[in-house]
Design a protein around this ligand. Structure first.
Ligand code: SF4
Ligand code: SF4
Ligand code: SF4
Length: 170
């Protein structure tokens, strides 16, 4: 069961981007540069995460790995962080991410697949039925929480979640 977070905050929130390029930092992390200063790479959040989706990267900073599972927004990582790198300024705003489905999606190639549909609790992924053709996934960005549940189940690694790039560094 996932905790409720605002679905719009996935795209329009302001407290989550804290990594470089495509690296996703834990939910409720400080903005990019502030997070890099505060996170000591101690690994407390990695240990605390019941979904095992956190790891310490080569920069000695905590990051999310959706290939391992999904974020349930349980907030255990925030509670575990003693260095002030994860701070719940707004409980409904865990991060600012964007999601896309790339052309290597099996359904888009005409092969029946709905693996992502089955995982998406907020119903952000729906399949458009077309007579005589395989139904293809359609994303509703406003419904997506960025939980990442769809990522690891996709057999073609077609689902990409990234930090929003227009986030300020501090
Ligand atoms: S909120 Fe919970 S599931 Fe999500 S990264 Fe933190 S500890 Fe893991
Ligand atoms: S399963 Fe995927 S599309 Fe659905 S809310 Fe989670 S990240 Fe968004
Ligand atoms: S799970 Fe992946 S391949 Fe299957 S429909 Fe969804 S995006 Fe396409």
């Amino acid at each position: 069961m996932r905790n409720e977070v605002s679905r719009r905050t996935m795209l329009f929130g302001h407290s989550g981007l804290s990594g470089q390029d495509d690296v996703i930092r834990p939910p409720w992390s400080l903005k990019r540069d502030a997070f890099a200063k505060k996170c000591t790479g101690c690994g407390e959040c990695v240990t605390a995460c019941p979904e095992n989706i956190l790891k310490i990267d080569e920069r000695k900073l905590a990051k999310v790995d959706f290939s391992k599972g999904e974020c349930t927004f349980c907030r255990d990582c925030v509670a575990s962080c003693r260095d002030g790198a994860l701070v719940m300024l707004d409980p409904e705003t865990p991060w600012s991410l964007s999601i896309s489905i790339e052309g290597k999606c099996l359904a888009m190639k005409g092969i029946e697949c709905r693996a992502c549909d089955d995982q998406c609790e907020p119903r952000a992924i729906r399949f458009r039925l077309t007579a005589g053709a395989v139904a293809v996934p359609q994303l509703d960005q406003h419904q997506c929480t960025g939980c990442g549940a769809c990522v690891s189940v996709c057999p073609s690694e077609a689902i990409v979640i990234k930090p929003e790039l227009n986030e300020e560094g501090e």
